[in-house]
Design a protein around this ligand. Structure first.
Ligand code: SF4
Length: 353
């Protein structure tokens, strides 16, 4: 049995359906039919009839170019899981030995540095993952905790804790990474593990459970954790535009970011108001620049740049809009390729204290 066989309903239905193509983020910047859920499903169905396609470089590159935002699955009236189908197809490619050289090179980078270090001992443990550290969000978290008078320990390291390996199709490596990281967390004795990166939330809260890996600490996104502290805020956040996270909203339907913004006194402006779906704002395409794909910049940086430029086009007033994201990855991408002013929820909290 192949991994794609778990998603035959998506293969059968998506291949005849155009209903979500308008919110398919990568297709909206490449203008390629091959980047829509429909044609990916057509091509995956085609590979079941023509197995030689699995080793065709163009075909394989098409499957690795997607954003994995899950916005199309969420938008779909039947929620056909074209997103998991895509990951399953990648996993089949890896298991058949057809992973391209660039993807194998990324795997090597992700496997290196899986020697996470814990600093301090406390009930609360903060995970300074590579994207959060690069964006300086670990320091912002530290400043909030100092103001709140709460001591905490931290864990950091460059290696992948499993999610990036999983989305690249290296399922066994992903499970091994999660097992290793969970052992570090469990040995720390922490009761709560706080993460800024939504992909880390997915790995530790969802993927680990699916693999039967016990993470003894309660895993919380920073937005959920800050809400639980009942902090006193002195400054109202005012007008902000929030970009939904793929992992928090499309994968897990979490509303903590919005609850936190409400607590901060924010007046949320719908981001992407010029979008076709203004009348149904909740059914929106993803503006995360590929948060769901975790390492898309290493696969195709040109696509990420185009995704970022599209986000810039959606801003009502690019020079002045205050744009909030739950994702350090999204902040990094938007700052790299656009002039937008972007802050993460941690920064918004710090400014409000
Ligand atoms: S996910 Fe749903 S809306 Fe999108 S192509 Fe498949 S069946 Fe159509």
């Amino acid at each position: 049995m192949m991994n794609i066989d778990k998603y035959t309903d998506a293969i059968k239905n998506c291949r005849f359906c155009f209903m979500c193509r308008h919110i398919s983020p990568v297709a909206n910047v490449t203008f390629a039919e091959a980047d829509t859920p429909r044609v990916r499903a057509v091509m995956i169905y085609g590979a079941t009839l023509h197995p030689e396609w699995w080793s065709n470089p163009d075909y394989v590159n098409m499957l690795y170019r997607s954003d994995l935002s899950r916005c199309c699955t969420r938008h779909c009236v039947n929620h056909f899981d074209e997103n998991s189908l895509n990951i399953a197809a990648r996993t089949d490619i890896v298991e058949m030995g057809y992973a391209p050289e660039n993807i194998k090179a990324i795997r090597e980078e992700l496997l290196a540095g899986q020697d996470w270090k814990v600093s301090g001992k406390a009930d609360v443990l903060y995970f300074a993952d590579p994207y959060s550290a690069e964006a300086g969000i670990d320091k912002v978290f530290d400043a909030v905790m100092k103001k709140a008078g709460i001591s905490y320990a931290s864990v950091s390291g460059k290696g992948c804790i499993g999610r990036a390996l999983k989305v690249l199709g290296f399922a066994e490596d992903a499970k091994a990474a999660m097992t290793k990281f969970a052992a570090v967390i469990n040995a720390s004795g922490a009761k709560t593990l706080v993460v800024s990166n939504p992909a880390a939330y997915q790995a530790l809260k969802v993927d680990a459970a699916e693999c039967g890996i016990a993470v003894n600490a309660e895993v919380m996104h920073t937005s959920e954790y800050f809400l639980s502290l009942n902090l006193k805020f002195n400054n109202k956040a005012g007008k902000v535009s929030y970009i939904e996270s793929d992992y928090l909203r499309n994968y897990n339907e979490l509303t903590f970011p919005h609850d936190l913004l409400a607590r901060l006194g924010a007046e949320e402006q719908h981001f992407g108001a010029s979008h076709d779906f203004l009348d149904v704002p909740d059914q929106q395409e993803s503006f995360t620049c590929g948060e769901g794909a975790v390492v898309l910049p290493r696969i195709d940086a040109r696509v990420v740049e185009k995704l970022a430029k599209r986000v810039e086009e959606q801003a009502d007033d690019p020079a002045n809009d205050r744009i909030i994201t739950a994702s350090p990855y999204t902040k990094l991408c938007l700052e790299r390729y656009t002039s937008l002013k972007v802050e993460t929820l941690e920064e918004t909290v710090l400014k409000s204290l």
